[in-house]
Design a protein around this ligand. Structure first.
Ligand SMILES: *Cc1c(COP(=O)(O)O)cnc(C)c1O
Length: 373
C-alpha cells in the first residue's frame, strides 16, 4: 500500500479553503488514521497547523502522546468510565456524554492533580451518545457545577446524514442538527465560558461550510474517500498493490479457487497476485472486482483467498511474474477508485481503509513509482 503525503496535504488545504481561515481544523486520526498509519499522518499534517488531532479512544490518544505530539488530542467518543483517569493524566481532551462520565472526570482530576479538558457531546439526532439537546435544563446545571474542577473547552455534535445522496437531504439534516446546537449556544456560553463549537465532518464541510465559524472535524475526505454525489472529489491518497507471482495458461474448463466458482471458458491465461483478504482485500470482490496490470483492467476470477487472488489476463498475455498489479489506484489511463471498490464490496470507503491489515506495509512516498508489496 502506498500513501501520498502531498495528496493528503492538498486534501487538507481544500478543506481549509472551503471553511476559510477562521475555524480550526481537527483532522481525525482515529483507527490508525483510517488505516493509513497515525504516526505518519500526524507528521504529515501537524506542520499545517491544525487545532489538534481527533482520536476515538483513550489508548489511541495515549499512543499519540507517546509519539511525542504535544498539541491537543481530542478523544471524540465517550471513553469507558475506567479509562477517564488515564486520559486526564495524558492531558487528552475528553468527550462527556452523561453525568456519570462527568463524575469520573472529576474523580480523575482529584487523583491526578490535573484539570480535565472537556468537550460536551450534545446529541442532536445521532442518538448514540451525548446529552439530549431537548433536556438542557436538566444537564446544564450539572456541567456548571463541575466548572471549578474542570475546564470546558468545547461543545459539539455529530452529523448523521451529511453524506446523504438524495437531493437536499444532507443540507436539510445538517441545518436541523446545527439549529439544535445553535439554539443552546448562548446558554452554553453563559454557563461554560463560550466553549469552542465543532460540528462538521468531511461531508458537512463542503455542504454547510460557514456554520457559525465552528471548528471542523474531517476524516475520510483527507484520506481520499468520496463524500457523496455531486460533492468535490478528494485527491486519491492511497493505492493498493500486489505482485504477480504466478502466470499460467488455463485450458477450457480449468477451475480456480475455493469452491471452484469459476472455470475458464476457452483458452485463457491467468495471473496469481500476492494479496488476499488477509491483507484486507474484501472477499466480496471475488468474481466481481478488478485489478490493473500493464495498464489494463482485468477481472478477478474465483473466490479471493486469504493470501492470493487470481485475475484473468487473457487480454494482456505479456504479463509476467514480478509485474506490479494495482487493486486500488491508477496505471496509465486506467484507474480503480477506493469508492468503486467499496461499492462493489457493498460497503463504504471507511471500512475498506480500516480493514487493510498490518500485513500490508504502508509506504509513505510521493514518488510516482515506489516499492510495493
Ligand atoms: C469519525 C468522526 C469524524 C470524521 O468523520 P468523516 O466522515 O470521516 O469526516 C468527525 N467527528 C466524529 C465525532 C467522528 O467520530
Amino acid at each position: 500500500m502506498r500513501v501520498r503525503p502531498e495528496a493528503l496535504r492538498r486534501n487538507y488545504r481544500r478543506i481549509v479553503e472551503a471553511v476559510g481561515p477562521g475555524p480550526g481544523v481537527l483532522p481525525m486520526v482515529k483507527a490508525d488514521a483510517y488505516g493509513l498509519g497515525m504516526a505518519d499522518a500526524v507528521e504529515c499534517l501537524a506542520p499545517l497547523g491544525p487545532w489538534g488531532f481527533g482520536v476515538a479512544t483513550v489508548s489511541e490518544g495515549v499512543a499519540l502522546r507517546a509519539l511525542g505530539f504535544e498539541g491537543r488530542i481530542l478523544v471524540c467518543s465517550l471513553p469507558p468510565l475506567g479509562e477517564m483517569e488515564v486520559g486526564v493524566d495524558a492531558e487528552l481532551d475528553l468527550s462527556i456524554s452523561n453525568v456519570r462520565a462527568l463524575d469520573a472526570a472529576r474523580s480523575a482530576a482529584a487523583a491526578t492533580g490535573r484539570v480535565p479538558r472537556l468537550h460536551v457531546d450534545v446529541d442532536t439526532g445521532m442518538g448514540r451518545s451525548g446529552f439530549d439537546w431537548r433536556r438542557v435544563d436538566e444537564w446544564l446545571p450539572e456541567l456548571t457545577d463541575a466548572a471549578e474542577a474542570v475546564e470546558w473547552v468545547g461543545a459539539y455534535t455529530h452529523l448523521h446524514s451529511a453524506d446523504a445522496d438524495e437531493t437536499g437531504t444532507a443540507e436539510a439534516t445538517i441545518a436541523v442538527q446545527w439549529d439544535r446546537l445553535e439554539g443552546l449556544r448562548s446558554r452554553l456560553a453563559d454557563a461554560l465560558g463560550s466553549p469552542l463549537l465543532h460540528v462538521l465532518n468531511s461531508a458537512g464541510v463542503f455542504r454547510r461550510p460557514a456554520l457559525g465559524n465552528a471548528m471542523v472535524r474531517p476524516g475520510i475526505y483527507l484520506y481520499g474517500g468520496g463524500i457523496g454525489a455531486g460533492q468535490p472529489e478528494p485527491e486519491p491518497v492511497i493505492s493498493l498493490h500486489a505482485r504477480v507471482v504466478h502466470v499460467r495458461d488455463a485450458v477450457e474448463g480449468t477451475t480456480v479457487g475455493y469452491g471452484s466458482t469459476y472455470a475458464s471458458r476457452g483458452d485463457e491465461r491467468w495471473a496469481t497476485l500476492s494479496i488476499g483478504y488477509g491483507d484486507g482485500l474484501p472477499r466480496a470482490l471475488g468474481n466481481r472486482g478488478h485489478a490493473l496490470v500493464r495498464g489494463v483492467r482485468v477481472p478477478i476470477i474465483g473466490r479471493i483467498s486469504m493470501d492470493v487472488t487470481v485475475v484473468d489476463i487473457t487480454g494482456v498475455p505479456e504479463v509476467e511474474e514480478g509485474d506490479e498489479a494495482t487493486l486500488i489506484g491508477s496505471q496509465g489511463a486506467e484507474a480503480i477508485s477506493l469508492d468503486e471498490v467499496a461499492g462493489l464490496a457493498d460497503t463504504i470507503s471507511y471500512e475498506i481503509l480500516t480493514g487493510l491489515t498490518p500485513r500490508l506495509p504502508r509506504v509513505w512516498s510521493d514518488e510516482k513509482e515506489g516499492p510495493s508489496s
